[in-house]
Design a protein around this ligand. Sequence first.
Ligand SMILES: [Fe+2]
Ligand SMILES: [Fe+2]
Length: 309
Amino acid sequence: MTTVTERDALRDALGLLRDREQVAERLLESSAKHSFDPDKELDWDAPAEDGKWFWPPELLSLYDTPLWRKMSEEQRMDLARHEAASLASLGIWFEIILMQLLVRHIYDKSLTSSHVRYALTEIADECRHSMMFARMIKKGGAPTYRVPRIYHNLARVLKTVSTTPGSFAATLLGEEILDWMQRLTFPDERVQTIVRGVTRIHVVEEARHVRYAREELRRQMVSAPRWERELTRVSCGEAARVFATCFVNPQVYENVGLDRREAVAQVKASGHRREVMQSGAGRLTEFLDDIGVLNGVSRRLWKSSGLLA
Ligand SMILES: [Fe+2]
Ligand SMILES: [Fe+2]
């Protein structure tokens, strides 16, 4: 015979599963209507346009610093081209990690559920995105920028052992801040057509990914055991620090003829940059706070990442 508490727990669990299926069904419907093949959708043969930016200037790390004011317009535009390549490289790194997390997430789940079918749809989206970003980097003629070796290897471990809520919290971190920047990039007429096309496709498809990850993380923060929730708080705060460190590869400064150390120091001291990064993270930190991921320790880690005021 089941007790009242057991019955309540069972009812809650069934409710969560039903909710999970409903969310996935809506996302599948939307994917069927609004998905893109970047190879066909975008004109990859069109030459780069003179006088257009590869990234909006206000979103560049050095914008409005003393160094920025000394740079020529040509050097600023060159920095935009390299930072766009750096962000696209970071995007590919994240997406490859995410694909593995999603594969691990569905490994034990019902193969015919909508939740699993949507995860597979998202993996297919991310495959196209990573190919699209790689094409964009090549098109701009800037190099691929890898994250520092230590973080590359740290992520190798994390993507293999992370818990479900930890995985979804890291996913949101990777998706939401870049998404915020891309929402400002695709409508911007000063920006190269190809970059606008890439960011437009990404924003449309990414909105579903954010929804999927948010809803799953919200459920996990209700149903996961206490130790897992605690671990999620700490690992998410630590991930925010790594993310902020890796966001722009400092090699970009050297590649446009600037002093790397000086540039890094000025970015660190820049009030404008801090504001940009905190605005980009705003929607996410508000959500994490709402579902109980931002407590004492993790809040401190988030603050030290510079992403939270
Ligand atoms: Fe993506
Ligand atoms: Fe995504």
